[in-house]
Ligand binder design. Structure first.
Ligand code: ACM
Ligand code: ZN
Length: 705
């Protein structure tokens, strides 16, 4: 066989992660019921490959895998499973081993709980792609998820969250369940790293044991996303006694070397006021200097104490990169999430690091296409390609001979905006496959063009298991909108974040199928239409369908501004999930200067105490458009009415990245606008964090005063 033919064949073998070396020979091995004796998996301590490596040779007559470890044989088997097609395994010779020792994925049951079954499924799938660390984020402000026998209120109180709308989010893992998951993972050569967050992100624990905080006030597990400023008190000995007791129970469940103590996003405002914290600062001689404030030194003190507690139990401390603040504890491993700089600094100082930079592609909670067409998310932007192209070894480390301190990389799968199992799968796959390839495959063997074709087979394997995943949704270049308007005629242009086999659409209201019309050039419309559009994959599956309406309309006539009057607003106190809930509310006038002020009628409080005064507000005014034409409206307000007609209705949706943008044709001159804004918390989003403007063609609407 020519080398070109071998190369083409190799690219047809859709193995992820791509093996370090793979030669494809002609022919195949046929699997048959008695073929077991022709398949050999041999443990050979003299096999010269790095740990976890293996060789795999498939000829027409036999299959032979050799490795020096059980893990290596497991990975050989996983490669073999991917090679198999209709009972045949192509003849290959593979020599394979990992680039990195830490090939991690992270799960966040604190914001939205994952069942044991769901966790096992993730372990099962991701270990098949040779990932080998599961970072289990077990405690946070919104939930404490691990049973600690000495402190039962952690789960009695800290594992239950009553949301704004009265619904309850709860769940925790018993110690038996934890042990079961750890054992299940071990069988698949996955080490589970527990994370117990301190000193911040600890509100659920403090809700259970208020004495753990500086102010000792009564709190509830947090119902909003973001960090409260009520955190553990490192001035108090009870805090360390508690943490030491918790560590004792946790290390008994997790045999791995590493223990994650969090350390991120700890607001230190309470420490500044706390007599115990200030006494500790004094007693320990913690003084502000170029390395940080006295309170940052106090955080560093707390982490160092944790490091000692862990070392006494034979464990190594890992923390998020904030543990660098105020000085890194001597043997800490740093998980670099706020970019790579924390990781670089730590590695240059001789510390091990795990790279998981959020904005460089390792945060799989980021949106993976136009936020107007993708489900609500935390934002940012991480396409499959971006996740794939991340490399965890910065040049600065290679230049300084410190690259070996990078143990590997990890994707983090935070679940604030993940409201169902299938949505979690949608965020995870296929981007986690990209991370798996970077973690395993030699850098020089990585190739995006090859990967994006190979990923289709991995996605089909997910289909077989009934697991959901992301397929690019057709979007409009320059910004998507499902409600378009035009006067005479218009065009609709579509694209996708990565190539798909085709974009298919219908115009008769039916759902698109693989044989629907194919989009080849911008669609032209002279009459109103409803377009249903989806991406079609190489294997015949469709993405989420988008329904786009294009409405031919005469311009809405302008009105005399005097008839509308200036900006007026009213407020009604109460807990309202939707505008319809305000039907019997009592409204009283309030004075505002601009629409944005609707979100400042109560102060923003990150801790949301019981005394919080939620409210509804509505405002009316007028604005002018300079020319007769098409205008696109967008708003995170609950409702926007233009000229007396409801144009944006965000319903009970989480009020971020409004999905209800709408176009209108307006006549030159003045038009009326009315908005409703509700201060509430839906899906964990505190709406006071919005700026309740109305945008017209992406600019703030200019109200006539
Ligand atoms: C983090 O994302 N706060 C580690
Ligand atoms: Zn304190």
């Amino acid at each position: 066989m020519t080398s070109l033919a071998a190369l083409i064949l190799a690219s047809l073998l859709q193995v992820i992660p791509a093996p370090a070396q793979m030669q494809v020979r002609g022919g195949s091995f046929k699997l048959a019921p008695p073929s077991e004796d022709k398949i050999e998996f041999r443990l050979d301590p003299s096999c010269p490959l790095p740990a976890e490596g293996y060789t795999l040779e498939v000829t027409r007559s036999r299959v032979k895998a050799v490795a020096s470890t059980e893990a290596g044989l497991f990975y050989a088997r996983k490669t073999l499973e991917q090679l198999e097609e209709n009972g045949r395994i192509p003849c290959v010779k593979i020599t394979d081993y990992p680039r990195f020792a830490w090939r991690g994925f992270h799960i966040d049951p604190c914001r939205h709980f994952l069942s044991v079954e769901e966790i096992k499924q993730q372990i099962d799938i991701l270990s098949s792609y040779k990932m080998n660390v599961m970072h289990w984020h077990l405690t946070d402000d919104q939930g404490w998820r691990i049973e600690i026998k000495k402190y039962p209120r952690l789960t009695e109180v800290g594992a239950i969250r009553t949301e704004f709308d009265g619904s309850v989010e709860k769940g925790y893992y018993t110690q038996e369940e934890i042990a079961d998951v750890v054992a299940y993972a071990a069988e698949r050569f996955v080490t589970v790293v527990p994370e117990i967050e301190m000193p911040g992100h600890a509100l659920a624990a403090i809700a259970a044991y208020p004495a753990l905080s500086c102010t000792k006030e009564t709190v509830h597990p947090q119902i909003t996303w973001g960090s409260p400023d009520i955190v553990f008190c490192p001035g108090s000995e009870f805090t360390f006694k508690f943490l030491e007791d918790v560590v004792d129970e946790v290390v008994a469940l997790f045999p791995g070397t590493y223990f994650h103590v969090g350390g991120d996003e700890c607001l230190k405002t309470k420490w500044e006021q706390c007599p115990d914290c200030q006494a500790r600062i004094k007693a320990e001689g913690l003084v502000a200097d170029k390395d940080g404030t006295a309170e940052e030194k106090l955080q560093s003190y707390a982490i160092r104490r944790m490091e000692k507690i862990l070392a006494q139990r034979g464990r190594k401390l890992i923390g998020w990169d904030e543990i660098l603040e105020g000085g890194l504890s001597p043997n800490a491993t740093v998980m670099s999430w706020r970019g790579e700089s924390g990781g670089i600094k730590a590695a240059l100082a001789g510390h091990d690091v795990i790279m998981t930079p959020s904005k460089a592609g390792m945060y799989l909670d980021h949106v993976q296409g136009d936020p107007k067409v993708e489900p609500v998310s935390i934002g940012n932007y991480t396409t499959l390609e971006k996740a794939y192209k991340y490399d965890p070894v910065p040049e600065e480390l290679t230049k300084n001979g410190k690259e070996h301190f990078v143990l590997g990389l990890q994707c983090n799968n935070w679940s604030e905006y993940v409201y169902s199992v299938s949505h979690r799968q949608y965020m995870l796959f296929p981007r986690a496959f990209a991370v798996a390839e970077t973690a395993w495959t030699p850098k020089e063997k990585k190739d995006w063009e090859s990967f994006r074709t190979r990923v289709d087979k991995a996605c089909q394997a997910l289909d077989k298991r009934g697991v959901n995943y992301h397929i690019p949704i057709p979007e409009q270049p320059g910004g998507s909108c499902d409600r378009l308007a035009f006067q005479e005629e218009t065009t609709l242009e579509l694209t996708t974040t990565r190539p798909v086999k085709a974009v298919v659409y219908t115009l008769d209201g039916s759902e698109p199928t693989a044989s629907s019309a194919r989009y080849t050039a911008p669609l032209r419309f002279a009459e109103s239409a409803v377009v249903k559009v989806a991406s079609l994959t190489s294997y015949g599956k469709l993405s989420t369908v988008r329904t786009i309406s294009l409405t031919k309309m005469a311009p809405w006539p302008s009105v005399t501004p005097d008839l509308i009057g200036g900006l007026t607003a009213e407020r009604a106190d109460g807990r309202f999930c939707t505008v319809a809930d305000t039907k019997d509310a009592t409204w009283t006038p309030v004075k505002i200067e601009r629409l944005r002020d609707l979100a400042t009628l109560e102060p923003f409080n990150r801790n949301l105490p019981d005394s919080t005064r939620f409210y509804a507000a509505r405002a009316k005014g007028a604005f002018k458009v300079p020319e007769t034409g098409v205008y696109r409206f967008s708003s995170d307000c609950d409702e926007v009415w233009i000229d007396g007609r409801l144009v944006i209705d965000n319903g009970a949706a989480v009020k971020r990245f409004s999905h209800q943008d709408s176009e209108l044709v307006l006549e030159k001159g003045a038009h009326s606008v009315q908005v409703y804004f509700l201060y509430n918390v839906l899906g964990g989003w505190n709406s006071l964090r919005n700026k309740p403007d109305v945008l017209i063609n992406n600019n703030k609407i200019n109200l006539i005063h």
